[in-house]
Design a protein around this ligand. Structure first.
Ligand code: PBG
Length: 337
């Protein structure tokens, strides 16, 4: 009887190399594509004028002042990127991250400059406290019970205030990254109460306590001054299904898009979340360490940066990412031309 599953036909009738002979056939049978419109460019903003302070661990990236955004957004538009995400590096940090909720704050200034320079470019903001607090943690530190930790519920109120402040300053989307329980609901309710029910939330829903954030913490000057983030960010060794629980909660609280972070070492997690929530836009954050490793190896001539970067981005899309936050956004768009 004929085999009902042609894929189990065997050599020599089946020769998978046939579909690899002609470049046009290879292109015909491609299922995964990289498109600049799916890339989001992270930008680090600090105060001042005419500032462009290179970030040594992330070649090609710099902390820039708000006036430099016009040129950046011009590139973003010209290259057809999906948008940008802003990270603020405030001049002054304190215990509660006051700069992040002030209408004179660095991100608020950046939003004003961005919306003035290029109103059509999608501008998202990272909503978190680690860049703004003097202790470098992602929320309010509390030792009321003798246990020094980020106070989840007190931080929710602050996150809601920060998200609203970003919305008022012109953000097109907010992306909370603090991994506080209930953060999406708190932000959603606050935005809705102030007429921003149309403003989408991209949740850093599935974010691991990862060593791959190292270079970012130099870039954003957000290294925790004591301890680490393991009481709020996910354990890389936890049951992968915990990712589903995180995603499920955030969706129920009103998240419009989900994110898995980091990307390349967590492709299994991307696939699990993609399969479990078909139809929900899913972002991958190709984080600083993933970028810097390739840059460093390429500088030594050990690796072909362009090939490795494009292959990595492709792998993220293949694993289920609809879009990718990546420090290669501009370069990749150029390579894809
Ligand atoms: C938190 C935040 C971090 C990153 C994005 N948002 C750092 C952290 O959680 O310590 C890391 C991104 C990267 O490494 O590129 N505001």
């Amino acid at each position: 009887m004929a085999d009902p599953h042609p894929s189990s036909a065997s050599f020599p009738a089946t020769r998978l190399r046939r579909l690899r002979q002609h470049p046009a056939i290879r292109r015909l049978v491609q299922e995964t594509h990289l498109v600049p419109a799916n890339f989001i460019l992270p930008l680090f903003i600090r105060g001042g004028h005419n500032v462009r302070l290179p970030i040594s661990s992330m070649p090609g990236h710099a902390q820039i002042s708000p006036d430099q955004l016009a040129a950046e957004l011009d590139d973003v538009q010209r290259l057809g990127l999906g948008g940008v995400i802003l990270f603020g590096v405030p001049a002054v940090k304190d215990a509660v991250g006051s700069d992040s909720t002030s209408d004179r704050g660095i991100v608020q200034q950046a939003l004003a400059a961005a919306k003035k320079a290029a109103p059509d470019v999608l501008v998202m903001t990272d909503v978190c406290f680690c860049e703004y607090t003097d202790h470098g943690h992602c929320g309010l530190i509390n030792d009321k019970t003798g246990r020094v930790d980020v106070d989840n519920d007190a931080t929710l109120e602050m996150l809601a205030a920060q998200a609203l402040s970003h919305a008022l300053a012109g953000a097109d989307m907010v992306a909370p990254s603090g991994m506080m329980d209930g953060m999406i609901g708190a932000i959603r309710r606050r935005l809705d109460a102030h007429g921003f029910n149309h403003l989408p939330i991209m949740s850093y829903a599935v974010k691991y306590a990862s060593a791959f954030y190292g270079p970012f913490r130099e870039a954003a000057e957000s290294t925790p001054q004591f301890g680490d983030r393991r009481s709020y960010q996910m354990d890389p060794a936890a049951d992968p299904h915990q990712a589903i629980r995180e995603a499920e909660l955030d969706l129920a609280e009103g998240a419009d898009m989900l994110m898995v972070k980091p990307a390349l070492p967590y492709l299994d997690i991307l696939r699990i979340v993609r399969d479990h929530f078909p139809g929900v836009p899913l972002a991958a954050y190709n984080v600083s360490g993933e970028y810097s490793m390739v840059k460093a190896a390429a500088e030594r001539g050990w690796i072909d940066e362009r090939a490795v970067a494009l292959e990595s981005l492709l792998a993220m899309r293949r694993a289920g990412a609809s879009m990718i936050l990546t420090y290669w956004a501009k370069q990749a768009a150029q390579w894809l031309r």
